[in-house]
Design a protein around this ligand. Structure first.
Ligand SMILES: Cc1ncc(COP(=O)(O)O)c(C=O)c1O
Length: 350
């Protein structure tokens, strides 16, 4: 079709994780959602914003999500001018590429990591370069000077699980001529994060999501922390009303209820450690994870066989056909009860 840009005509679209129609009849561990509900304060805030007559919905929401930038700034120790709110962290990843990479420019990332970076680069007509990982979890062959416009570092890494040490990330920032974007979607489940590098290094941006730790995948909420000049540029690009009224109410309530967040993450971390130990006892190869998921390979290294066995028992996990990953599965950590059922199913499959 000649009216399409050639890169759009040629590209494959992103394929999101499978969302079954009869979702309630599955144990759903394939997209790293949170199996626990969001804070009850989130539900209260949405209902209060909606009111009994939905009357507030006829006016536009705050275009700049002003209150949320204040709440997030306070939480992370930054002035609101260093924060931008997004309709899911995917939105801000997209806008970072739009802001920095022209057609033909290069963006880089680790393979395996989040495959959506490649789709976003394709949309922009940017080129991609991928780097593998060494056995001690460093980037293989990363140049002394990386000249691409953006390097995306997923930390903790998804789908594998480990987080990169902060000293190493700082060294990478010094080696990047362009921007180093730290995709910290799973940081709330880790022992630490790299937010302080946003202040220390001029080219570091951190992105966060409320989809996982805050159990709000259905609301589409994310954010970025960066220097004000970068935030100002991202602000020009985003849809001006990118967060609707209900999402803004939910987001403020979620960010303000840190007690609930910490308790929820702690439960998931505990279950993650229990599940890792149980799988290792069964002879599985389990990569230590800092996220709400594990990458685990069964003793026969046949990830597909195990995926199918679990699927037949209505347990949905993620199997990748990629040769680097097909020997194992990425399994989201659900409730303790869901993981006990999953373990029993895995024992039965053998
Ligand atoms: C590494 C990584 N980055 C970003 C995202 C997107 O998150 P959001 O739901 O905030 O758009 C995901 C979602 O699975 C992810 O795994």
């Amino acid at each position: 079709m000649s009216y399409l840009r050639s890169n759009i005509a040629a590209m494959n679209g992103y394929v999101p994780g499978f969302q079954p129609a009869d979702i309630a009849s599955w144990i759903k561990l394939n997209t790293n959602e949170n199996s626990y509900p969001p804070s009850p304060k989130v539900v209260e805030a949405i209902l209060a914003e909606l009111g009994t007559d939905g009357k507030r919905l006829h006016t536009y929401p705050s275009a700049s999500s002003e209150k949320l930038r204040e709440v997030a700034g306070e939480l992370y120790g930054f002035d609101p001018s260093w924060i931008i709110m997004a309709n899911g962290s995917d939105e801000v990843l997209n806008n970072l590429i739009r802001a920095c990479a022209s057609e033909g420019d290069e963006i880089g990332y680790i393979h395996p990591s989040y495959s959506y970076y490649a789709t976003l680069a394709d949309i922009q007509g940017a080129r991609t370069r991928t780097y593998g990982l060494t056995d001690d979890f460093r980037i293989a062959g990363f140049p002394d000077r990386y000249e691409g416009k953006i390097f995306f570092l997923t930390t903790p890494n998804a789908p594998l699980g480990p987080a990169f040490p902060i000293e190493y990330i700082e060294e990478l920032a010094e080696r990047c001529a362009g921007m180093l974007v730290l995709d910290e979607t799973y940081a709330d489940f880790a022992d630490g994060n790299a937010l302080e590098l946003v202040k220390k290094c001029t080219n570091v941006v951190v992105t966060r999501s409320l989809s996982k730790s805050y159990a709000l995948a259905g609301m589409r909420l994310g954010l970025a922390v960066a220097r004000p000049e970068i935030i100002a540029a991202l602000d020009k690009i985003r849809d001006h009303y990118n967060l609707d009224r209900l999402a803004q109410a939910a987001c403020a309530a979620a960010l303000l209820d840190q007690t609930y967040l910490r308790a929820c993450c702690e439960k998931i971390r505990k279950t993650r450690e229990w599940f890792s130990t149980e799988l290792r006892t069964l002879g599985y190869d389990v990569i230590p994870s800092h996220g709400n998921y594990l990458f685990a390979a069964p003793p026969d290294r046949d990830g597909k066989r195990l995926y199918e066995g679990l699927f037949d028992r209505k347990i949905l996990v993620r199997h990748f056909s990629d040769p680097l990953l097909c020997h194992g599965l990425r399994i989201s950590i659900g409730t303790q009860q869901e993981m006990e059922q999953t373990l029993a199913a895995m024992k039965e499959i053998g």
